[in-house]
Design a protein around this ligand. Structure first.
Ligand code: DGY
Length: 422
Protein backbone atom coordinates (compact mmCIF):
# COMPACT_ATOMS: atom_id res chain seq x y z
CA UNK A 1 0.00 0.00 0.00
CA UNK A 2 1.04 3.59 0.45
CA UNK A 3 3.85 3.38 2.98
CA UNK A 4 6.71 2.47 0.61
CA UNK A 5 9.73 4.75 0.76
CA UNK A 6 10.41 7.03 -2.17
CA UNK A 7 13.98 7.27 -3.47
CA UNK A 8 15.84 10.10 -1.77
CA UNK A 9 14.34 13.47 -2.71
CA UNK A 10 12.09 12.00 -5.35
CA UNK A 11 8.75 12.47 -3.74
CA UNK A 12 6.76 12.64 -6.95
CA UNK A 13 4.50 9.77 -5.95
CA UNK A 14 3.64 11.24 -2.58
CA UNK A 15 0.67 13.41 -3.58
CA UNK A 16 -1.23 10.41 -4.89
CA UNK A 17 -0.29 8.37 -1.82
CA UNK A 18 -1.53 11.15 0.47
CA UNK A 19 -4.84 11.35 -1.37
CA UNK A 20 -5.17 7.56 -1.03
CA UNK A 21 -4.77 7.80 2.73
CA UNK A 22 -7.51 10.41 3.03
CA UNK A 23 -9.79 8.29 0.89
CA UNK A 24 -9.01 5.10 2.82
CA UNK A 25 -9.63 6.81 6.17
CA UNK A 26 -12.93 8.30 4.98
CA UNK A 27 -15.78 6.59 6.80
CA UNK A 28 -18.51 8.39 4.85
CA UNK A 29 -18.77 12.06 5.80
CA UNK A 30 -16.03 11.98 8.40
CA UNK A 31 -12.44 10.80 8.44
CA UNK A 32 -10.75 8.72 11.13
CA UNK A 33 -7.22 9.82 12.12
CA UNK A 34 -5.96 6.31 11.34
CA UNK A 35 -7.50 2.87 11.06
CA UNK A 36 -7.51 0.88 14.32
CA UNK A 37 -5.82 3.16 16.86
CA UNK A 38 -8.33 6.03 16.42
CA UNK A 39 -11.56 4.68 14.87
CA UNK A 40 -13.82 7.76 15.31
CA UNK A 41 -13.95 11.41 14.28
CA UNK A 42 -11.39 13.43 16.22
CA UNK A 43 -11.90 17.18 16.29
CA UNK A 44 -8.61 18.71 15.18
CA UNK A 45 -7.61 15.71 13.08
CA UNK A 46 -10.82 16.26 11.19
CA UNK A 47 -10.06 19.93 10.60
CA UNK A 48 -6.72 18.96 9.05
CA UNK A 49 -8.46 16.28 6.99
CA UNK A 50 -10.70 18.98 5.53
CA UNK A 51 -7.65 20.98 4.41
CA UNK A 52 -6.29 17.87 2.71
CA UNK A 53 -9.58 17.16 0.97
CA UNK A 54 -9.76 20.78 -0.13
CA UNK A 55 -6.80 20.06 -2.40
CA UNK A 56 -8.87 17.69 -4.54
CA UNK A 57 -12.51 17.64 -3.38
CA UNK A 58 -13.79 20.87 -1.86
CA UNK A 59 -17.30 19.57 -1.33
CA UNK A 60 -15.94 16.69 0.77
CA UNK A 61 -13.78 19.19 2.67
CA UNK A 62 -16.86 21.17 3.74
CA UNK A 63 -18.66 18.00 4.68
CA UNK A 64 -15.87 17.08 7.12
CA UNK A 65 -16.37 20.29 9.11
CA UNK A 66 -20.15 20.08 8.91
CA UNK A 67 -20.07 16.54 10.29
CA UNK A 68 -17.84 17.72 13.12
CA UNK A 69 -20.33 20.44 14.06
CA UNK A 70 -23.19 17.94 14.00
CA UNK A 71 -21.78 16.79 17.35
CA UNK A 72 -21.81 20.29 18.90
CA UNK A 73 -23.39 20.47 22.35
CA UNK A 74 -26.10 22.97 23.32
CA UNK A 75 -23.57 24.92 25.37
CA UNK A 76 -21.46 25.46 22.21
CA UNK A 77 -18.70 22.94 22.98
CA UNK A 78 -17.54 20.82 20.05
CA UNK A 79 -16.31 17.49 21.45
CA UNK A 80 -12.85 16.10 20.87
CA UNK A 81 -14.20 12.70 19.76
CA UNK A 82 -17.52 12.01 18.05
CA UNK A 83 -18.51 8.36 18.27
CA UNK A 84 -20.56 8.08 15.09
CA UNK A 85 -20.58 4.27 15.10
CA UNK A 86 -19.64 1.88 17.93
CA UNK A 87 -16.13 0.43 17.75
CA UNK A 88 -15.03 -1.85 20.58
CA UNK A 89 -11.40 -1.46 19.47
CA UNK A 90 -11.10 1.90 21.25
CA UNK A 91 -10.93 2.77 24.93
CA UNK A 92 -12.36 4.93 26.51
CA UNK A 93 -15.54 4.63 24.45
CA UNK A 94 -18.95 6.34 24.77
CA UNK A 95 -20.04 4.48 27.92
CA UNK A 96 -16.93 5.61 29.81
CA UNK A 97 -17.57 9.24 28.89
CA UNK A 98 -21.34 9.07 29.52
CA UNK A 99 -22.19 12.29 27.67
CA UNK A 100 -25.53 13.54 26.36
CA UNK A 101 -24.69 15.56 23.23
CA UNK A 102 -26.68 15.18 20.01
CA UNK A 103 -24.32 12.35 19.00
CA UNK A 104 -22.40 10.13 21.45
CA UNK A 105 -19.15 11.95 22.18
CA UNK A 106 -16.39 12.68 24.63
CA UNK A 107 -16.99 15.50 27.11
CA UNK A 108 -13.95 17.67 26.42
CA UNK A 109 -12.94 19.70 23.39
CA UNK A 110 -9.75 20.10 21.31
CA UNK A 111 -7.84 23.02 19.75
CA UNK A 112 -10.28 24.85 17.45
CA UNK A 113 -8.29 24.79 14.22
CA UNK A 114 -11.59 24.13 12.42
CA UNK A 115 -12.49 27.83 12.90
CA UNK A 116 -9.53 28.93 10.80
CA UNK A 117 -9.70 26.12 8.31
CA UNK A 118 -13.35 26.79 7.48
CA UNK A 119 -12.26 30.26 6.35
CA UNK A 120 -9.69 28.63 4.06
CA UNK A 121 -12.35 26.49 2.44
CA UNK A 122 -14.32 29.65 1.86
CA UNK A 123 -11.29 31.38 0.34
CA UNK A 124 -10.70 28.42 -2.00
CA UNK A 125 -14.04 29.09 -3.71
CA UNK A 126 -16.00 31.93 -2.13
CA UNK A 127 -19.00 31.51 -4.38
CA UNK A 128 -19.42 27.80 -3.77
CA UNK A 129 -18.70 28.15 -0.05
CA UNK A 130 -20.64 31.26 0.99
CA UNK A 131 -23.87 29.55 2.05
CA UNK A 132 -22.11 26.69 3.81
CA UNK A 133 -19.84 29.11 5.64
CA UNK A 134 -22.79 31.28 6.67
CA UNK A 135 -24.60 28.22 8.06
CA UNK A 136 -21.58 27.25 10.16
CA UNK A 137 -20.80 30.79 11.29
CA UNK A 138 -23.10 31.08 14.34
CA UNK A 139 -22.04 27.60 15.47
CA UNK A 140 -18.38 28.52 15.19
CA UNK A 141 -18.93 31.75 17.10
CA UNK A 142 -20.75 29.83 19.81
CA UNK A 143 -17.84 27.43 20.21
CA UNK A 144 -15.39 30.34 20.49
CA UNK A 145 -17.65 31.96 23.11
CA UNK A 146 -17.78 28.71 25.06
CA UNK A 147 -13.97 28.78 25.31
CA UNK A 148 -14.00 32.35 26.55
CA UNK A 149 -16.64 31.58 29.15
CA UNK A 150 -15.45 28.22 30.46
CA UNK A 151 -11.77 27.90 29.63
CA UNK A 152 -10.31 31.32 30.47
CA UNK A 153 -8.51 32.03 33.72
CA UNK A 154 -8.40 35.32 35.59
CA UNK A 155 -5.18 36.32 33.79
CA UNK A 156 -6.91 35.95 30.43
CA UNK A 157 -5.18 32.73 29.28
CA UNK A 158 -7.09 29.77 27.86
CA UNK A 159 -6.67 26.61 29.92
CA UNK A 160 -7.45 22.91 29.50
CA UNK A 161 -9.12 20.61 32.01
CA UNK A 162 -7.67 17.37 30.60
CA UNK A 163 -4.38 16.67 28.78
CA UNK A 164 -6.40 15.21 25.88
CA UNK A 165 -8.17 18.54 25.50
CA UNK A 166 -4.92 20.18 24.45
CA UNK A 167 -4.23 17.31 22.05
CA UNK A 168 -0.67 17.11 23.45
CA UNK A 169 -1.56 14.17 25.67
CA UNK A 170 1.61 13.43 27.60
CA UNK A 171 3.52 16.70 27.21
CA UNK A 172 5.64 17.67 30.25
CA UNK A 173 3.37 20.72 30.47
CA UNK A 174 0.92 18.63 32.48
CA UNK A 175 3.38 16.95 34.85
CA UNK A 176 2.87 19.28 37.79
CA UNK A 177 -0.94 19.16 37.67
CA UNK A 178 -0.92 15.40 37.06
CA UNK A 179 1.24 14.86 40.15
CA UNK A 180 -1.54 16.40 42.24
CA UNK A 181 -4.01 13.65 41.24
CA UNK A 182 -4.32 10.48 43.29
CA UNK A 183 -6.04 8.00 40.96
CA UNK A 184 -6.17 5.00 43.30
CA UNK A 185 -9.97 4.68 42.98
CA UNK A 186 -9.83 4.60 39.16
CA UNK A 187 -10.70 0.88 39.01
CA UNK A 188 -9.78 -1.72 36.40
CA UNK A 189 -9.69 -0.77 32.74
CA UNK A 190 -8.03 -2.18 29.69
CA UNK A 191 -5.99 0.07 27.41
CA UNK A 192 -6.40 -0.51 23.69
CA UNK A 193 -3.84 1.97 22.33
CA UNK A 194 -0.87 -0.23 23.24
CA UNK A 195 -2.40 -3.08 21.23
CA UNK A 196 -1.93 -0.93 18.12
CA UNK A 197 1.33 0.92 18.85
CA UNK A 198 4.49 0.04 20.79
CA UNK A 199 4.09 1.04 24.45
CA UNK A 200 7.41 2.96 24.38
CA UNK A 201 5.77 5.45 21.98
CA UNK A 202 2.66 5.95 24.09
CA UNK A 203 1.79 7.60 27.42
CA UNK A 204 2.67 5.58 30.53
CA UNK A 205 0.25 3.83 32.92
CA UNK A 206 0.90 6.63 35.41
CA UNK A 207 -0.51 9.08 32.83
CA UNK A 208 -3.36 6.82 31.76
CA UNK A 209 -4.67 6.29 35.28
CA UNK A 210 -4.95 10.05 35.62
CA UNK A 211 -6.55 10.51 32.18
CA UNK A 212 -9.29 8.07 33.12
CA UNK A 213 -9.65 9.45 36.64
CA UNK A 214 -10.28 12.94 35.20
CA UNK A 215 -12.94 11.54 32.86
CA UNK A 216 -14.63 9.71 35.74
CA UNK A 217 -14.61 12.85 37.89
CA UNK A 218 -16.29 14.98 35.21
CA UNK A 219 -18.77 12.24 34.35
CA UNK A 220 -19.82 12.05 38.01
CA UNK A 221 -20.52 15.81 37.76
CA UNK A 222 -22.65 15.17 34.69
CA UNK A 223 -20.26 17.24 32.56
CA UNK A 224 -21.64 20.45 34.04
CA UNK A 225 -19.14 23.15 32.98
CA UNK A 226 -19.25 25.08 36.26
CA UNK A 227 -18.99 22.00 38.48
CA UNK A 228 -16.23 20.44 36.39
CA UNK A 229 -14.16 23.63 36.64
CA UNK A 230 -14.73 24.07 40.38
CA UNK A 231 -11.90 22.50 42.38
CA UNK A 232 -10.52 20.66 39.35
CA UNK A 233 -6.95 19.52 40.17
CA UNK A 234 -6.19 19.72 36.45
CA UNK A 235 -6.41 23.25 35.11
CA UNK A 236 -3.44 24.24 32.96
CA UNK A 237 -3.09 27.39 30.84
CA UNK A 238 -2.07 26.16 27.41
CA UNK A 239 -0.40 27.98 24.50
CA UNK A 240 -1.83 25.42 22.05
CA UNK A 241 -5.39 26.34 22.91
CA UNK A 242 -4.73 30.03 23.39
CA UNK A 243 -2.88 30.70 20.14
CA UNK A 244 -5.14 28.49 18.03
CA UNK A 245 -8.27 30.16 19.40
CA UNK A 246 -6.71 33.57 18.76
CA UNK A 247 -6.05 32.59 15.18
CA UNK A 248 -9.55 31.18 14.81
CA UNK A 249 -11.20 34.35 16.07
CA UNK A 250 -9.07 36.55 13.85
CA UNK A 251 -9.86 34.51 10.75
CA UNK A 252 -13.56 34.28 11.60
CA UNK A 253 -13.79 38.00 12.18
CA UNK A 254 -12.14 38.86 8.86
CA UNK A 255 -14.20 36.35 6.88
CA UNK A 256 -17.42 37.36 8.65
CA UNK A 257 -16.85 41.01 7.81
CA UNK A 258 -16.08 40.17 4.19
CA UNK A 259 -19.26 38.06 3.97
CA UNK A 260 -21.38 40.63 5.79
CA UNK A 261 -22.23 38.27 8.62
CA UNK A 262 -23.01 39.20 12.21
CA UNK A 263 -19.61 39.30 13.93
CA UNK A 264 -21.04 40.37 17.31
CA UNK A 265 -18.39 41.08 19.95
CA UNK A 266 -15.66 39.23 18.15
CA UNK A 267 -13.32 42.21 17.72
CA UNK A 268 -13.36 42.86 21.46
CA UNK A 269 -12.95 39.17 22.24
CA UNK A 270 -9.92 38.99 19.98
CA UNK A 271 -8.37 42.03 21.67
CA UNK A 272 -8.87 40.36 25.05
CA UNK A 273 -7.18 37.19 23.87
CA UNK A 274 -4.27 39.19 22.46
CA UNK A 275 -3.82 40.83 25.84
CA UNK A 276 -4.24 37.46 27.58
CA UNK A 277 -1.31 36.02 25.59
CA UNK A 278 1.02 38.00 27.89
CA UNK A 279 0.01 35.67 30.72
CA UNK A 280 1.68 32.79 28.83
CA UNK A 281 5.03 34.53 28.66
CA UNK A 282 7.40 32.82 31.09
CA UNK A 283 9.73 35.67 32.12
CA UNK A 284 12.29 33.38 33.76
CA UNK A 285 12.78 31.30 30.64
CA UNK A 286 12.01 34.00 28.07
CA UNK A 287 9.51 32.04 25.98
CA UNK A 288 5.81 31.20 25.77
CA UNK A 289 4.95 28.41 28.17
CA UNK A 290 2.10 26.70 30.02
CA UNK A 291 1.40 27.04 33.75
CA UNK A 292 -0.67 25.24 36.35
CA UNK A 293 -3.59 27.61 37.04
CA UNK A 294 -4.05 26.15 40.52
CA UNK A 295 -0.62 27.15 41.83
CA UNK A 296 0.96 29.34 39.13
CA UNK A 297 3.88 26.93 38.58
CA UNK A 298 5.44 27.23 35.10
CA UNK A 299 6.16 24.10 33.08
CA UNK A 300 9.50 25.55 31.92
CA UNK A 301 8.92 23.61 28.71
CA UNK A 302 10.03 24.96 25.34
CA UNK A 303 7.54 22.94 23.32
CA UNK A 304 6.24 23.07 19.78
CA UNK A 305 3.17 24.85 21.24
CA UNK A 306 5.45 27.71 22.38
CA UNK A 307 6.06 28.42 18.67
CA UNK A 308 2.38 28.75 17.80
CA UNK A 309 2.65 32.45 18.79
CA UNK A 310 3.09 33.43 15.12
CA UNK A 311 0.13 31.35 14.02
CA UNK A 312 -1.82 33.18 16.73
CA UNK A 313 -0.87 36.47 15.06
CA UNK A 314 1.87 37.78 17.36
CA UNK A 315 5.14 39.20 16.05
CA UNK A 316 7.18 37.61 18.85
CA UNK A 317 10.70 38.38 17.50
CA UNK A 318 12.20 37.02 20.75
CA UNK A 319 10.97 33.51 19.82
CA UNK A 320 13.15 33.35 16.68
CA UNK A 321 16.35 32.55 18.58
CA UNK A 322 14.57 29.71 20.37
CA UNK A 323 13.36 28.27 17.08
CA UNK A 324 16.89 28.49 15.70
CA UNK A 325 18.18 26.66 18.78
CA UNK A 326 15.75 23.75 18.54
CA UNK A 327 16.25 23.43 14.78
CA UNK A 328 20.01 23.28 15.37
CA UNK A 329 19.51 20.51 17.91
CA UNK A 330 16.94 18.45 15.97
CA UNK A 331 17.35 17.97 12.21
CA UNK A 332 13.88 16.65 11.33
CA UNK A 333 11.43 19.39 12.26
CA UNK A 334 10.31 21.17 15.40
CA UNK A 335 10.42 18.68 18.28
CA UNK A 336 7.49 18.60 20.70
CA UNK A 337 10.01 19.30 23.46
CA UNK A 338 13.42 20.92 23.08
CA UNK A 339 16.08 18.16 22.85
CA UNK A 340 18.22 19.92 25.47
CA UNK A 341 15.45 19.52 28.07
CA UNK A 342 16.21 16.56 30.39
CA UNK A 343 12.58 15.38 30.00
CA UNK A 344 13.07 14.93 26.23
CA UNK A 345 12.18 11.42 24.96
CA UNK A 346 12.63 11.17 21.18
CA UNK A 347 9.91 8.59 20.53
CA UNK A 348 7.39 9.11 23.31
CA UNK A 349 4.47 10.94 21.71
CA UNK A 350 4.44 14.56 22.95
CA UNK A 351 7.68 14.45 24.93
CA UNK A 352 10.03 14.78 21.94
CA UNK A 353 8.71 13.62 18.55
CA UNK A 354 8.04 16.03 15.69
CA UNK A 355 4.49 16.28 14.33
CA UNK A 356 3.64 17.37 10.78
CA UNK A 357 0.56 19.33 11.68
CA UNK A 358 2.27 21.30 14.46
CA UNK A 359 5.13 22.02 12.06
CA UNK A 360 2.59 23.32 9.55
CA UNK A 361 1.08 25.80 12.00
CA UNK A 362 4.53 26.87 13.19
CA UNK A 363 6.03 27.13 9.71
CA UNK A 364 3.09 28.91 8.12
CA UNK A 365 2.65 31.25 11.05
CA UNK A 366 6.36 32.12 11.08
CA UNK A 367 6.44 32.76 7.33
CA UNK A 368 3.36 34.99 7.57
CA UNK A 369 5.12 37.10 10.21
CA UNK A 370 8.29 37.37 8.11
CA UNK A 371 10.34 34.84 10.10
CA UNK A 372 12.66 33.21 7.54
CA UNK A 373 12.92 29.94 9.49
CA UNK A 374 9.27 29.23 8.65
CA UNK A 375 10.34 27.99 5.23
CA UNK A 376 13.08 25.87 6.80
CA UNK A 377 10.41 24.19 8.96
CA UNK A 378 8.41 23.39 5.81
CA UNK A 379 11.43 21.95 4.00
CA UNK A 380 12.33 19.71 6.92
CA UNK A 381 8.74 18.55 7.27
CA UNK A 382 8.69 17.72 3.55
CA UNK A 383 11.90 15.76 3.94
CA UNK A 384 10.79 13.75 6.95
CA UNK A 385 7.35 12.89 5.56
CA UNK A 386 8.71 12.24 2.08
CA UNK A 387 11.37 9.86 3.38
CA UNK A 388 9.66 8.13 6.27
CA UNK A 389 6.00 8.06 5.26
CA UNK A 390 2.65 9.39 6.39
CA UNK A 391 2.96 8.24 9.98
CA UNK A 392 1.58 9.86 13.11
CA UNK A 393 4.86 11.48 14.23
CA UNK A 394 8.64 11.12 13.87
CA UNK A 395 11.76 10.87 15.95
CA UNK A 396 13.12 14.43 15.48
CA UNK A 397 16.76 13.29 15.73
CA UNK A 398 16.72 10.42 13.21
CA UNK A 399 13.47 10.97 11.31
CA UNK A 400 12.38 7.41 12.18
CA UNK A 401 8.65 6.78 11.79
CA UNK A 402 6.66 6.47 15.03
CA UNK A 403 3.11 5.99 16.28
CA UNK A 404 0.20 5.06 13.99
CA UNK A 405 0.61 4.43 10.25
CA UNK A 406 -1.29 5.88 7.25
CA UNK A 407 -2.24 8.95 9.26
CA UNK A 408 -4.83 11.38 7.98
CA UNK A 409 -3.35 14.64 9.21
CA UNK A 410 0.16 13.83 8.04
CA UNK A 411 -1.23 13.12 4.56
CA UNK A 412 -3.30 16.32 4.69
CA UNK A 413 -0.33 18.41 5.78
CA UNK A 414 1.64 17.02 2.85
CA UNK A 415 -1.05 18.03 0.36
CA UNK A 416 -1.88 21.41 1.85
CA UNK A 417 1.60 22.62 2.81
CA UNK A 418 4.69 20.47 3.22
CA UNK A 419 4.69 18.91 -0.24
CA UNK A 420 4.13 22.21 -2.04
CA UNK A 421 7.41 23.42 -3.48
CA UNK A 422 8.08 27.02 -4.49
C1 DGY B 1 -6.03 8.76 22.90
O1 DGY B 1 -6.93 7.93 23.08
O2 DGY B 1 -4.83 8.51 23.07
C2 DGY B 1 -6.35 10.07 22.38
O3 DGY B 1 -5.23 10.85 22.19
C3 DGY B 1 -7.39 10.78 23.16
O4 DGY B 1 -7.73 11.87 22.40
Amino acid sequence: MTETLAAADDFSDRDAAARDILTQNDRGGYTVPTDGLYPYQWNWDSAFASLGFAEFDLDRAWQEIETLFSGQWDNGMVPHIIFHKPDPGYFPGPDVWGCNGPIASSGITQPPVALSFATRLLAADPEAGAARFAALYPKMRKWAEWFLKWRRDEKGAIFVIHPWESGRDNAPDWDDAMSGIDPQDVGYYERRDTQHVDASMRPTKYDYDRYIWLVQRAKALDWDDAKVAEGNPFKVADPTMHFILMRGLRDLLAAGEAQDLDTGDMAAQLAELEAGADALWNPGMGYYDSYNCNNGIWSNALSNASFLCWFGGLDAPHMEQHLARVLDAAPYGVPSLAPFDPRFDAKRYWRGPTWGMMNMMIGEGASERGVALGEEVRKRTREVIGRYGFVEYFDPMTGAAAGGKAFTWTAAVWLAWAGKEG
